[in-house]
Design a protein around this ligand. Structure first.
Ligand SMILES: NC(=O)c1ccc[n+]([C@@H]2O[C@H](COP(=O)([O-])OP(=O)(O)OC[C@H]3O[C@@H](n4cnc5c(N)ncnc54)[C@H](OP(=O)(O)O)[C@@H]3O)[C@@H](O)[C@H]2O)c1
Length: 282
């Protein structure tokens, strides 16, 4: 029987390429997205796939999705791909700043709902899609995570701050699941031409980096299929069997570059903030 994989935001962008690669590798893939027409197109392209509609910015909907899928039994692979960055601040229906909700809180809720199914699917993997935007967030020093928002809005830095929060969660989850047969990785796809990247304007950069806008714009011309490679590597490569807690960079190599800023204090602050935010939203 085919192994089951779940890819969030899997109907377009990097997620769709990851889903296609997983189907080619022999997985039966479930892709999650908002728009049924995009879902239909994705399934037609991927082949052995099914689409489930869910808005992952709504945390109760994420939890319901997780519970529904957990009831279906064991899961071999979860790819938490949903996320992104936006030039202007917006908030979700839960009243939460969108970067933090989509890059961090939604994948936490989904992962926790599915953890039993993923344990049952061992040897199984969880892959959290991360981003080098973390480095932009760190230009202002290590975030405190006292609150969801840290003051001035700059899309890339705000997204990087949320990705770093999620990386703290990923690394802690890897420690929690060590020896369980579940491997936990983060993978940085690198820049790519996707629907979210098409929304970028120079305002997404902190003022001090705006002179680099042309470079950023060129970076996001890269095909999404190329960006999917590091995620697929983390999800499937046999060389990672038995490994856990690694960050895979966009060249498909383990790297300390993004996790270097993590500390026990930062992780504790992220945990406390996450718990508070989820208690208020769910
Ligand atoms: N693109 C880059 O340059 C880049 C660089 C580094 C890291 N990343 C990371 O890679 C991941 C994927 O990025 P991407 O650029 O491919 O994203 P994207 O362009 O937003 O991906 C589009 C996919 O996301 C789905 N989606 C968006 N919002 C959703 C929501 N609220 N609920 C459910 N599905 C939703 C879309 O579904 P619908 O079609 O139904 O709307 C579609 O399937 C993100 O975690 C991002 O941070 C991207």
């Amino acid at each position: 029987m085919k192994q089951k994989a779940l890819v969030t935001a899997g109907t377009r962008g990097i997620g769709a390429e990851v889903a296609l690669g997983l189907a080619r590798a022999g997985y039966s893939v479930t892709v999650v997205g908002r728009d049924p027409a995009h879902g239909e197109q994705a399934v037609a392209r991927i082949g052995d796939a099914r689409f489930i509609q869910a808005d992952l910015s709504a945390l109760a909907e994420v939890r319901r999705l997780g519970e529904r899928l957990a009831a279906e039994g064991s899961l071999r692979l979860l790819v938490n791909n949903v996320g992104g960055m936006w030039p202007h601040r917006w908030q979700t229906a839960d009243g939460i700043e969108a970067s933090f909700a989509l890059n961090h809180l939604a994948p936490v809720v989904l992962t926790e709902a599915l953890i039993g199914a993923i344990r049952a699917g061992r040897p199984s993997r969880i892959v959290d899609v991360t981003s080098s935007s973390i480095q932009v967030a760190l230009l202002a020093g290590a975030p405190a995570y006292d609150e969801i928002e840290s003051g001035e809005y700059s899309g890339m830095a705000v997204s990087g701050r949320a990705k770093l929060a999620h990386l703290a969660y990923t690394m802690e989850l890897a420690r929690r699941l060590r020896g369980s047969g579940v491997s936990v990785f983060a993978a940085d796809p690198g820049a790519a031409a996707t629907p979210n990247a098409a929304e970028m304007t120079p305002e997404i950069l902190p003022a001090a980096l705006r002179e680099h806008w042309d470079q950023v714009r060129q970076g996001v011309q890269r095909p999404a299929a190329e960006a999917a490679r590091s995620v697929l590597f983390a999800a499937t490569d046999p060389s990672l069997a038995g490994e856990t807690g690694l960050v895979i960079d966009s060249d498909c190599s383990p790297s300390d570059a993004l996790a270097g800023a993590l500390s026990p204090g930062l992780t504790a602050a992220v945990n406390a903030l996450t718990e508070r935010a989820l208690k208020a939203a769910l």
